[in-house]
Design a binder for this molecule. Sequence first.
Ligand SMILES: Nc1ncnc2c1ncn2[C@@H]1O[C@H](COP(=O)(O)OP(=O)(O)OP(=O)(O)O)[C@@H](O)[C@H]1O
Length: 236
Amino acid sequence: MLLAVRGLACRYGGVQALSGLDLDLAAGEVLGLIGPNGSGKSTTLDLLAGLRPSPPDTLRLAGQPIGHLPAHRRARLGLRRTFQEPRLVAALTVRENLAAALPVGRGWPWRRKDDMPWLEACGLAHDAGRLAGELSFGARRRLELARALSPGPRLVLLDEPAAGLTEEEVGMLGETILRIRRAGVGVVLVDHVMRLVMAVSDRLAVLERGCKIAEGSPAAVSADPRVRRVYLGEGT
Ligand SMILES: Nc1ncnc2c1ncn2[C@@H]1O[C@H](COP(=O)(O)OP(=O)(O)OP(=O)(O)O)[C@@H](O)[C@H]1O
């Protein structure tokens, strides 16, 4: 299993933002994490990415306990995330933005040619020499994603990547996510744009008030009466 989450929990003062969360994710699988506002999706991504520590065994990446590792150590193991606001340098080219993405510490196996497959996957192969500041909003989002991927990705956490995109840009983002999946990278996708989540997820997990209330294929989860009641506000 690429990612195994067991009993993940988080408390902010008096608020139990997440309790007893279990999740599994295989390489090359897209897990859509959905739920109403305040249900714990961002908290889950923060805990997975290492913004705050957890007991080591609550999170395992390819069998290795990582709950205690800080974000940069997890990133080096191939666990990356994107941010809602692209963290790009407008005056650098697309390719230079990739090279500047991760602190290239001693022994980091970064090679320039390794970037190309990710630029291609993100639909940016023809823009490698363009300045990031010249790209459209949708292309900047895809560059943010390429930056998270290169080098050596295993699992990428996407935090509302479709927010603010046009219909066409959402389509291109969906194709990008499917190419990343085909490359064997695991994806956890949090987004309110349901047509994207439904189109690219192999599996959905639904959170409500910090607890997982359903999990399964997009079709099964959308037909689940509890999910419909809680998430879509039906019959309440
Ligand atoms: N820094 C914080 N301090 C205190 N409470 C917080 C903090 N961050 C989140 N919370 C609370 O934790 C709960 C889960 O919030 P979280 O942001 O994870 O939900 P979410 O599902 O990502 O929501 P949204 O869809 O609105 O982004 C909510 O009750 C929220 O108010």
